[in-house]
Design a protein. Sequence first.
Length: 82
Amino acid sequence: MASRLELAILGFLAGSPLPGHELHRRISHLTGYGRPVSDSLYPAINRLAKAGLLERLQAARELTAAAAVGALPSTSADAAEY
């Protein structure tokens, strides 16, 4: 099951690719600056990349969601694999 942080990451990346620092800024603004994201953002990005839900664009140093919503499991049986 995806965490709220992972869902927020995918939501922000569904619109367009973002560099990591911009993704961090947007999530911090969403969750409030009193709740640190720094220690969990990049591990969450790594989990999503490993699951094939996002990819790193090394040339542009940006992240993008893999086919946006189309990459998300469509059934609860598919979601159990993640």
